[in-house]
Design a protein around this ligand. Structure first.
Ligand code: MSP
Length: 469
């Protein structure tokens, strides 16, 4: 079957941080899992490059904006490669093909677009129009960006969300468009109910860095309309037939941007007569020592430092297991190092070292073996319960470590009981290879190494897979 997986496209007004890694690690685990099951996968990533937030930053740094976004987009691409993300498509919203396609999308939505006056508030950090109610609730300051909302009074285009509200509510309620986790559903339904029609353009005098509205030189498209379209323009829409890949199997986003994906995006799709995504998965935020990570607090953790200190497998391991798939989770160096030493070094690393050394010393060769995955595992993976699937694999590994201790293959070796020893090693290594296969969507590098170590000629690693730190 064909599966299409998408990730949110980050703004390029800064460098990648560990929060950005969450989308990629989750999406990559889904992609590799589907491939393991025999599916064809298309997997999009990209960068969101328009809007005032970005052009203001470039101006502040005195760099031409096109150059600034190109440099930062490259940094994101390098980051994704460092994380060993198996994406198939990368889109930049400044790509000429994307811009042309977004303009065609606008034309197709024309019946649901009207001109009106916007009198209200805007947060450039969120790139979001803010209602009077929110303005009052937040005392005029954006809680996420700690900055006062800007007052806007301008003519712009509106998108008539009200044309689609009841269809979206129905699709969410009957799980045609499933919102994960389930507990966010009600919050989203309430937001839809309260959602007014949305502004989808700004006067050119207020926003120059964006896609021009077709047939109106005075207006530029709102950055979210442009950004959300990436999920289909990257497939070639509307120039190419996209039904082989669309609707998306799963769209992965942070909970902070779920509202855009569960309201404006489905409304756009319905306006285009396209089906809704099957699942929108919203993950939690990574906190640093219990606080939101932010440049102004100065607690942003640099992912490159984490990878350089402990390696990519440890990085992916922590973010996929100890960062809960759905809830907010904390990152601290202490927790990270504890997980590295206790779980990667003591559990997985140790099992590999013990079994491969015993096998090599006693002339045991592994006959052809096709590892198996269990239904407990597939049930969790099919529900995108990644951190729970990791817990499950780890329970298996800990059981295996216990079995090695109980069955004491080294004593069988000492007693010269070769047949018993070989049977015992065969069974233990088979279990390890089963766990290894289930782990492969999460930790592609180390699991490939383990597979090679236990290929018929068993060769123990010269240095432990996870040297104690
Ligand atoms: N440009 C928009 C997305 C447009 S998608 C059509 C945007 N960019 S972002 O750079 O702010 O965020 C990109 C992704 O990173 C989002 O899914 C966001 O939730 C995620 N994260 C950013 N900071 C995060 C954490 N601290 N923790 C977890 N995820 C975080 O929003």
């Amino acid at each position: 079957m064909n599966k299409y997986i998408t990730t949110a496209i980050p703004y390029v007004n800064g460098e990648p941080h560990i929060g950005h890694a969450v989308d990629y690690c989750l999406a990559d685990s889904a992609a590799r899992y589907f491939r393991l099951r025999g599916d064809e996968v298309r997997f999009q990533a990209g960068t969101d490059e328009h809007g005032n937030k970005i052009s203001l930053k470039a101006k502040e740094l005195n760099i031409p904006v096109a150059e600034y976004v190109a440099t930062n987009s490259n940094k994101f691409q390098e980051f994704i490669k460092k994380l060993n993300i198996s994406y198939t498509d990368f889109i930049r919203t400044t790509d000429a093909a994307h811009k042309k396609r977004v303009q065609e999308i606008w034309r197709k939505l024309k019946d649901h677009i009207y001109m009106s006056k916007y009198e209200g508030w805007y947060c450039v950090g969120c790139e979001r129009f803010v209602t009077d109610k929110e303005y009052v609730e937040n005392h005029g300051n954006c809680p996420d960006h700690q900055k006062p909302y800007e007052k806007l009074s301008e003519e712009n285009y509106y998108f008539r969300i009200s044309d689609f509200k009841s269809r979206i509510v129905e699709a969410i309620n009957n799980n045609e468009m499933q919102i994960l986790p389930e507990y966010r559903k009600n919050e989203i339904l309430k937001l839809i109910e309260d959602s007014p029609d949305v502004s989808i353009s700004r006067p050119r005098s207020q926003l120059a860095w964006g896609v021009p509205v077709p047939d109106d030189d005075n207006q530029v498209m709102y950055v979210w309309l442009d950004a959300l379209s990436n999920y289909i323009t990257v497939l070639g829409y509307p120039d190419e037939e996209i039904s082989a890949w669309w609707p998306a199997t799963v769209q992965i986003v942070g909970k902070d941007i779920l509202r855009f994906h569960a309201i404006i995006w489905p409304a756009m799709l319905l306006g285009l007569n396209l089906p809704l995504p099957k699942v929108i998965l919203s993950h939690g935020m990574i906190l640093a020592n219990g606080e939101k990570m932010s440049k102004s607090i100065g607690n942003v953790i640099n992912p490159v430092e984490v990878i350089e200190r402990h390696g990519i497998d440890a990085f992916r391991y922590y973010f996929l297991r100890h960062v809960d798939t759905f809830a907010d989770s904390d990152f601290t160096w202490e927790k990270f190092e504890e997980a590295y030493n206790n779980e990667l070094a003591n559990d997985l690393g140790n099992i590999v070292q013990r079994l491969s050394t015993l096998a090599a010393k006693n002339g045991f060769k592994m006959p052809d073996y096709l590892p198996e995955i269990s239904t407990e595992y597939t049930d969790l993976m099919d529900k995108f319960e990644f951190s729970k699937a990791m817990d499950y694999i780890w329970t298996n590994l800990q059981d295996l470590n216990r079995r090695i201790n109980d069955e004491k293959p080294w004593e069988l070796a000492k007693n010269g009981d070769t047949e018993k020893l070989h049977n015992c090693l065969h069974s233990l290594i088979s279990d390890l290879l089963n766990a290894n296969l289930m782990l492969s969507p999460f930790l592609p590098n180390v699991t490939e190494k383990i597979e090679q170590i236990f290929a018929s000629e068993i060769i123990p690693p010269e240095v432990p897979l996870f040297p104690k730190q």
